[in-house]
Design a binder for this molecule. Structure first.
Ligand code: C2E
Ligand code: MG
Ligand code: MG
Ligand code: MG
Length: 279
């Protein structure tokens, strides 16, 4: 009967929820020791000049390999790190590792380039964040202009706090990028309200280029608005030459994506840059 089905559905849902909660608890528990157990790595994805093919920077993307859980993707464990407060030590580890790597490349004689680091909202609004970045810069001796912080769209209620924090970071000399642009629900005025250097168009828009007329029109216009506001536009997730050509033709000058390179180890980046080095 109807009543019975409902009962079964409810139980199914309940046990499913339990499995999810258990898995989250397990991830959090394992993540707690990930730094000291040396389980975290950074991979780097090249940011490419779409007209010349030159690598102008890299984005650091965290990787976690645990003996029991295997590879866990950042999409899965970063939200858990945010909820549990573990994002604070992990975020600091990411900043330290990325800056140290970028400085090491410069010291090895490679042309100086941008290093982009993703920063979670909870990390950015943590009281110790400015201290952390200052400490990292002091320890690694990286010129702050070679570090870019990637943030995501704001909810309306923390916009004032965001502007104030970003101004302080810009004063130190960091660059700021707005990541995943187009996926949130903030108004276009955010582009004028917050101090920005780069605007990253989300992969979901790039995927639909030439497939979806409306999305294609949106991409064109986002690029135009960004260029008018003197922002660099970075297209995320370029996978086809068709997407690449469209972006070039429409004045988007920087991109990332599997068409050029997946996120790879620091050693691999070094090889790539040495091969392409013009001397
Ligand atoms: P994101 O910052 O938007 O990074 C882009 C994601 O798209 C990365 O996934 C990258 O590997 C993937 N990607 C790049 N090019 C392509 C492509 O051509 N096709 C497809 N299908 N995917 C592409 P990843 O590494 O799994 O990271 C997912 C998200 O996790 C990131 O999105 C970022 O929000 C977060 N994340 C990663 N590392 C960190 C970190 O160190 N700290 C913080 N707070 N968040 C991080
Ligand atoms: Mg990013
Ligand atoms: Mg993104
Ligand atoms: Mg994304």
């Amino acid at each position: 009967s109807n009543k019975n089905e409902k009962k079964v559905d409810y139980k199914f849902y309940d046990s499913n929820l339990n499995v999810i909660l258990l898995q989250k608890a397990k991830i959090e528990n394992r993540l707690r020791n990930a730094i000291e157990n040396n389980e975290l790595r950074l991979h780097y994805q090249p940011q490419v000049n779409l007209n010349t093919g030159e690598v102008i920077g890299v984005e650091a993307l965290i990787r976690w390999q645990n003996s029991e859980l295997g590879h866990v993707s950042p999409g899965e464990f970063i939200p858990i790190a945010e909820e549990s407060g573990l994002i604070k030590p992990i975020g600091k580890w990411v900043l330290q590792t990325a800056c140290k790597q970028n400085k090491a490349w410069q010291d090895a004689g490679l042309p100086p380039m941008n290093m982009s680091v993703n920063v979670s909202r909870s990390q950015l609004f943590n009281k110790g964040f400015l201290n952390t970045v200052n400490q990292v810069i002091e320890r690694t001796q990286l010129d702050p202009k070679y570090l870019e912080l990637e943030i995501t769209e704001s909810s309306r209620n923390d916009i004032e706090e965001l502007i104030s924090m970003l101004k302080q970071l810009k004063e130190i000399g960091f660059k700021i990028a707005l990541d995943d642009f187009g996926t949130g629900y903030s108004s276009l005025s955010i582009l004028d309200d917050i101090p920005l250097d780069n605007l990253k168009i989300d992969r979901s828009f790039i995927q639909d280029i030439s497939k979806d007329k409306n999305k294609t029109a949106l991409v064109k216009n986002i690029i135009n608005i960004g260029n008018d506001l003197n922002l660099n536009i970075i297209a995320e997730g370029i996978e086809t030459t068709e997407q690449h050509n469209f972006l070039k033709q429409n004045n988007c000058n920087i991109g990332q994506g599997y068409l050029f390179e997946r996120p790879v180890s620091g050693e691999k980046i070094e090889q790539l840059l040495n091969v392409n080095k013009v001397s």
